[in-house]
Design a protein around this ligand. Structure first.
Ligand code: NAD
Ligand code: TDX
Length: 343
């Protein structure tokens, strides 16, 4: 089986590739990644000499870069992880989010159709549903109501991909997962930022009143769910993925402080994120009933192991925080590939 993974040098995409190479012997992986600030070759260093794996330095929104990969030989499945993924960055400039998350996804799904790729899986997010009050859960039929440029761009991609199914009968599936945590997450996101700041003796910027709620899922549970959907999901369907694990940001911060044995005054309230979604919570009944998937990693165990991973991989995150890794890769491979000359 030949699988094209896009964004495989990022947090979740690299975990997907690791999962596939570790569990399936007869597989070929082509990792198409533009190596933006969030992509990191160190995430898959242990696999770079595996003959079943190859990285192609290309941007999903650039047809001229992607088409040669498609025309090399039959691809059985595309899993599109490539995205600009950080909400805070999108608040200040939405344009790169539209270029990759919307235009990039559309170009990729069109190429998948032209080259008759049997299945296209779009990795989307629960953020497309917007924000919940204190009650209720997002189901697959909840209306799309995104609030940030990031989530709006992901919602736009979902609609374009569903349009490919409705218009052309193209085999597509979409997944919408809640917040992930685990090893190799870029230290701009809440959990790795707080852990690494804690290890460096820095404070933890908690936005607003700290009562915003996220539904946390370990990244290994997410990639198992994605593989179930890739293999057994029904064409044209959306599958929510979540761990029934709602925590306020203050609760997350206090649990991390307990594990790291830091006083709670490390937590420093700062002005709120603009348009900050109050609560996300996922109803994952459909994937559990139809595909038998359930989360396996408990929050307590997952969080402890994640803290330990960052303790054990100081050189990984210190290089990112110092900017050294980007300087090195730019010398080796040149700057990020751009989706289009204008992007
Ligand atoms: P990430 O930011 O860690 O990684 C993104 C990867 O995509 C990087 O390797 C980057 O180099 C690559 N990339 C960016 N633009 C590209 C382009 N134009 N062409 C090719 N590669 C490009 O992101 P992540 O947290 O691993 O998220 C992966 C996917 O999962 C995203 O689509 C995101 O929307 C979705 N998602 C993330 C979460 C979460 O909690 N992190 C939850 C639900 C869904
Ligand atoms: O410094 C911080 N302080 C803080 O209070 C940061 C970085 C975040 N926060 C809050 C904002 C959110 O309520 O923590 C919560 C989690 O923030 P992020 O880690 O930035 O994640 P979020 O905005 O919820 O989005 C994530 O989950 C859904 C991913 O980044 C998305 O790619 C995914 O789609």
């Amino acid at each position: 089986m030949r699988v094209m993974i896009t964004g495989g040098l990022g947090f979740i995409g690299s975990q997907m590739i690791r999962f596939l190479l570790d569990t399936i012997s007869d597989i070929q992986i082509i990792n198409v990644d533009a190596l933006t600030y969030a992509g990191n070759l160190a995430n898959l260093q242990d696999y770079e000499h595996d003959p079943r794996y190859r990285w192609v330095h290309a941007a999903i929104g650039d047809k001229a870069q992607i088409e040669p990969v498609m025309s090399e030989g039959a691809i059985d499945l595309i899993m599109n992880f490539a995205a600009e993924s950080h909400v805070d960055r999108s608040i200040y400039s939405g344009a790169p989010f539209v270029a990759t998350n919307v235009l990039g996804a559309e170009i990729l799904v069109e190429l998948a159709r032209a080259y008759r790729v049997p299945r296209f899986l779009q990795v989307s997010t629960d953020e497309v549903y917007g924000s919940l009050g204190t009650e209720g859960l997002f189901s697959e039929t909840s209306p799309l109501n995104p609030n940030s440029p990031y989530s709006a761009s992901k919602a736009a991609a979902d609609l374009l991909i569903l349009a490919a199914f409705r218009t052309h009968g193209q085999d597509v599936v979409i997944t919408r997962c809640s917040n992930n945590y685990g090893p190799y997450q870029f230290p701009e996101k809440l959990i790795p930022l707080f852990i690494t700041n804690g290890l460096e003796g820095r404070s933890w910027p908690l936005y607003g009143d700290g009562q915003n709620v996220r539904d946390w899922l370990h990244v290994t549970d997410h990639v198992r769910a994605l593989w179930e959907v890739a293999q057994h999901g029904k064409p044209g369907q959306v599958y929510n993925i979540g761990g029934h694990n709602e925590k306020s940001n203050r609760e997350v911060a206090e649990s991390l402080a307990d594990i790291l044995q830091l006083p709670y005054d490390v937590i420093t309230p700062v002005p709120d994120r603009l348009g900050h979604d109050r609560r996300y919570a996922i109803d994952a009944q459909k994937i559990t009933k139809e595909l038998g998937w359930q989360s396996q990693t408990t929050w307590e165990q997952g969080l402890r192991e994640t803290v330990q991973w960052y303790r054990d991989h100081e050189s990984w995150w210190k290089a990112i925080k110092s900017g050294a890794y980007r300087e090195y890769y730019e010398k080796q491979y040149g700057p990020s590939r751009k989706d289009s000359p204008e992007a």
